[in-house]
Design a protein around this ligand. Structure first.
Ligand SMILES: *[C@@H]1O[C@H](CO)[C@@H](O)[C@H](O)[C@H]1NC(C)=O
Ligand SMILES: *[C@@H]1O[C@H](CO)[C@@H](O)[C@H](O)[C@H]1NC(C)=O
Ligand SMILES: *[C@@H]1O[C@H](CO)[C@@H](O)[C@H](O)[C@H]1NC(C)=O
Ligand SMILES: *[C@@H]1O[C@H](CO)[C@@H](O)[C@H](O)[C@H]1NC(C)=O
Length: 430
């Protein structure tokens, strides 16, 4: 021991303390739940940097009433684990692991459901919001006997749309969940699911999987409302009901780069109706309050309008984090579903995404829906995604779907104005 540098000794001490709850029997459920910004549990133990990516740093049963309000569920754990941020530095994140009431498939099915929380407010992270607002998609998945993993993939700084961070955090949440020893088997099949903001975390995980987590096997991923080109998305949502998306999408990728972030802030107007105070309010808004920005042109907050995105420092940081297909090729089968009339994330960007990956040997079923827009497809895609994910998790995928190459087709499915009852139809809440 004497030859170990202090930092390692400290980290071993901190680590053994952190996992003692698990080793010494089931941890008790804290009754009071605090938002992440106020809960000391949401801090990394000293020396966590020397742990391997995905290492479990702390685990507890999720506080409050979450088991009771989440149907089909027997236990819920929060796991704090080591991951890697968008600048490739050690950081940590928290995931929530739901144990089904009646596990099926021999405890070997894990759905990783990336929630589109679309915010720079860390207190809107799913590990906290799910304690009071259950997700119908999670409940349904638990009802099938699957375990469900829902990472706070934006990490402790709520780096919304920071693709590198989100991909790493999603992969490491899988490592942590599979090692948690709460019933889920280490060799479980894993499927990813994400819509819109959730597609960002899911897809970047697939791009980084081969290089960052080569030991992980991901059996398939369902990606809806794909945000393949975030710059385009920022442009498209201006002046519309989803304008809030642009605020988080401009701030989030810069949060881990203080100089670029300060540059952005320095360009905000200090007076008038669209000023710094209003823009920075995004740090405190919850999913239900996003209408604050509805109908606004977010560029109006900046002294030079849309030119703020052409500042070299800001532009470079955004470029690194917001275009899909530039960091790797998904090796898992993909189901991609998209409304052709999607008003927030362009169909051309998804077409281009599919084309590029198909050229590189990906296996994709791509359904372009002639019905509805971005929020409609959030609901309309659910039944198809569930069927597809079911085949991935029960191993019947090769019998039911083409396992090589790409199928691209137009479909006409669902209704306009359909909403997921658990969300009010708005990605950004559950
Ligand atoms: C959850 O429900 C159980 C059984 O109905 C009850 O005993 C327990 O107190 C509830 N937990 C909370 C935190 O309300
Ligand atoms: C449990 O899952 C089943 C099947 O998915 C679903 O029909 C049911 O509504 C769920 N139970 C609860 C309490 O939501
Ligand atoms: C992203 O979309 C914009 C249009 O808003 C386009 O100019 C740009 O070339 C696209 N970038 C990529 C990498 O597809
Ligand atoms: C900033 O904007 C807010 C919201 O529109 C407004 O209430 C406030 O008066 C503005 N501040 C200044 C200094 O103009």
């Amino acid at each position: 021991m004497a030859i170990l540098p202090n930092v390692i000794v400290w980290s071993l001490v901190a680590f053994s303390r952190a996992v003692v709850g698990l080793r010494g029997g089931p941890p008790h459920i804290p009754s009071k739940s605090l938002p992440p910004s106020q809960d000391p549990w949401y801090t990394a133990p000293v020396g966590f940097e020397s742990q391997a990516p995905g290492a479990i740093l702390r685990i507890r049963q999720s506080p409050g009433n979450i088991v009771n309000i989440t149907g089909n569920c027997s236990k819920v754990y929060n796991i704090l684990y080591r991951t890697t941020d968008s600048r490739y530095r050690p950081t940590w994140a928290v995931t929530t692991l739901f144990v089904p009431e009646k596990p099926k498939l021999s405890n070997k099915a894990l759905l990783s459901y990336q929630i589109p929380y679309n915010t720079v407010n860390v207190d809107a992270s799913p590990s906290f919001s799910l304690q009071t607002e259950p997700s119908s998609d999670i409940v349904e998945a638990l009802g099938r006997g699957w375990y469900v993993n829902t990472p706070d993939f934006e990490g402790p700084l709520a780096a919304n749309v920071a693709g590198i961070q989100e991909g790493h955090a999603t992969l490491d949440s899988l490592r942590a969940a599979l090692a948690a020893g709460v019933g889920l088997r280490r060799d479980a099949r894993v499927a990813l699911w994400g819509y819109s903001g959730g597609s960002i975390a899911s897809e970047w995980a697939l791009e980084f999987q081969e290089q960052y987590a080569p030991e992980l096997k991901i059996s398939g991923a369902a990606l809806g409302g794909l945000v393949a080109n975030n710059t385009h998305c920022i442009d498209m949502v201006q002046n519309g009901p989803l304008a809030y998306i642009a605020v988080g999408a401009m701030m989030g990728p810069l949060i881990q780069h203080p100089k670029a972030f300060q540059r952005l802030i320095s360009q905000l107007k200090t007076s008038g109706p669209y000023n710094k105070t209003g823009f920075l309010a995004a740090f405190h808004l919850n999913g239900g309050e996003f209408d604050y920005y509805a109908g606004q042109n977010i560029y109006d907050y900046f002294v030079n309008g849309a030119a703020v995105l052409h500042d070299p420092l800001i532009r470079q940081t955004l470029l690194e984090n917001q275009f899909m297909t530039y960091h790797g090729v998904p090796r898992s089968p993909l189901f991609i579903y998209k409304a052709i009339a999607d008003e927030a994330t362009a169909i051309e960007d998804s077409d281009y995404y599919v084309e590029r990956n198909c050229m590189l040997g990906a296996n994709i079923l791509y359904e372009r829906n002639t019905v509805g827009g971005h929020l409609d497809e959030y609901a309309n895609g659910v039944p198809r995604a569930r069927v597809w994910l079911g085949s991935v998790l029960d191993g019947s995928y090769p019998d039911k779907y083409q396992t090589r190459g790409c199928i691209i087709k137009d479909v006409a499915i669902g209704a306009i104005g359909a909403t997921d009852p658990s969300t009010g139809g708005r990605p950004g809440q559950k």
